[in-house]
Design a protein around this ligand. Sequence first.
Ligand code: GSH
Length: 361
Amino acid sequence: MMKVYGSRISYYTGKLEMYLRYRAIPYELLPTVGNERKLLDGAGVVQMPVVELDDGRWLTDSTPILAWLDAQQDGAPIYPADPVLRFAALLIEDYADEWLWRPSMHYRWSYLQSREYASSVLADELLSHMWLPRWFKKRLLIRRQLGGFVRGDGVSDATWDHVEGGVLRAFACLESILAQRRFVLGDAPSIADFGLMGPMFRHLAQDPTPSEVMRQRAPGVYAWVARMWNTRASRGAPRFVSQLDQPIGELLVEACETHLVQLRENASAYARGVKRYDQVIQGCQYRAVPTSRYRVWCLEELRREWSELEPAAREELRRHLPQEEASVLWHDSLPKPSDYDPERRAPFNRGINVFGKGVPG
Ligand SMILES: N[C@@H](CCC(=O)N[C@@H](CS)C(=O)NCC(=O)O)C(=O)O
């Protein structure tokens, strides 16, 4: 049976678990803590999730893991065949993976009820081997996560409302989409739905503070998260929308104005060799956010997908994307390549953390 090293409340482990359930692939969930040596030897990185296959191969990074697993399946792929829908879905996945991360960590660690819950689960799940009082373990976890991933990722009084506003806008876009169909692109889940399960499943639908917001403001999103957990792949081909419609267009605009602008600013900071940089997103000034080499690679991957599109598909996408914010997809080259995974072996390559050695330093 496949071994998944992660946590029951981890963002990207939740995304992978959603997929494994959908395909009825059995797996065993194991903690990363205590297995660090093995993970470093096997996958080159300690992060959640890392997968160990029965044949001894190791995989990491949920995005290429899902792509590889899906290519092994007999059933209809979760990646749309239509190139326009495929690109839109990959952009939504990346936005969910990398942009909605900050607000999800904020809602988990900035609010007392949520951090009480999350630190209790993680102390019991990951630190049970440590002979320390439980309250002390919780305090260690809160300091690490709140200091590193919330305050250390640019959440401050000045950005607080914008950080939360991003979640409310995502909820509103998804509510309009889900008022029309059961999943983001049609009557079956695609990689857009699985990508969105990172933030939506183990964080926003499960942590006490944001899950109440979701229930009150986005009940359709709440129902969709449960529907994802309860849906198994069927034999038939999925019926996806024939073209991008207005509600998806609105979500794509939000992804470009937030995520693509951050990817652009991050790539420029990476080229300048600075560890932290300032950025303005939708008019909100973020100070001293951490630079990520991994996210330069994310942008390279999106640019590669874009460059492989036929002119007609690009034209169709450009009708829906805000030109300035989206132009990082097609403009010139990036100021400095990430040089990550040059042989394109992911998810079987030596992985890297999103930030430094795990937490933004
Ligand atoms: N790109 C990776 C990101 C994985 C990731 O960053 N996972 C988080 C936890 S959900 C993590 O392990 N963070 C590093 C840390 O906390 O040390 C993926 O998509 O799987």
